[in-house]
Design a binder for this molecule. Sequence first.
Ligand code: PPE
Length: 296
Amino acid sequence: MDGRMVPYDEANVHVLTHSLHYGLAVFEGIRCYRCGDGRSAIFRVREHVRRLYDSAHIMEMPIPFAQEELVKVCAEVVRINHLDECYVRPIAFYGEGEMGLSARGNKVRVAVACWPWGAYLGDESQKRGVRLKTSSFVRFHHNSLMPSAKTSGHYINSILAGYEARRNGYDEALLLDVGGYVAEGSGENIFVVRDGVVLTPPLCSVLPGITRDAAIRILRDEHIPVVEQLFARDSVYVADEAFMTGTAAEVTPVRELDDRQIGSGSPGPITRRLQELFSAAVRGQNPRYSGWLYYL
Ligand code: PPE
């Protein structure tokens, strides 16, 4: 925290922490995996740290550390906690001092935490697939808030959508953009497959997911065409397969949207192949993707 290791019980902030009041903080979610050879590696940590700095730049927040320093800190936090598999959470936020929307002088504080985190959408989600519901909450327009920044306040939109979906018995929400096109899940990017072609919404109303990027790369390496284009909810209804990607969710098959079964109703061949290849990549079992791993 702010450049030094702090025990859990002392990693506290004041109630007048500016970001707590106004939601202006930027953060990341990164996974560390135990690899086949027993070592642990953080998946694409440099890309995550770069996105953190991109988010901060978009939000005009100067982070008082170098990117490479923060990369090393992520690894150090995992090491010091003796975790071989975990989730890593860097966050940059405005500390206490002045209040009010116009305050600009507050110190930018930076913390990195980690904890063990299992399957994001439930234990069976990766095997069976999840059930989605189109949300009544719309993904915010990029002239209101900027979805490419991973900003704390943005997640209010996701949280409300997630509450609604789960309260009604679904596993996750699917948010549409202001134009009514499919955008993303509350914490995942989405893909559909039809006739061997994979579609995913373009980067505009969605977070530029690092797992999304990994999935595109892996699929193209398998000579499976991936097209970034807008599509509406009915393209999901009639898809042969659908899946979501995210650091927390990894590659999670989607088996239903709005009570319509997708394809056979169980994870399809392209989804299962991607799951296998992704799982091998993050665990250092495919040399092609070794550049994605930062060994502890
Ligand atoms: N869209 C959103 C809105 C999102 O929050 C995430 C990550 C993604 C797409 C996928 O991005 P990436 O992780 O870079 O592939 N969501 C985080 C949510 C975790 C949480 O609940 O907190 C994550 O997966 O870490």
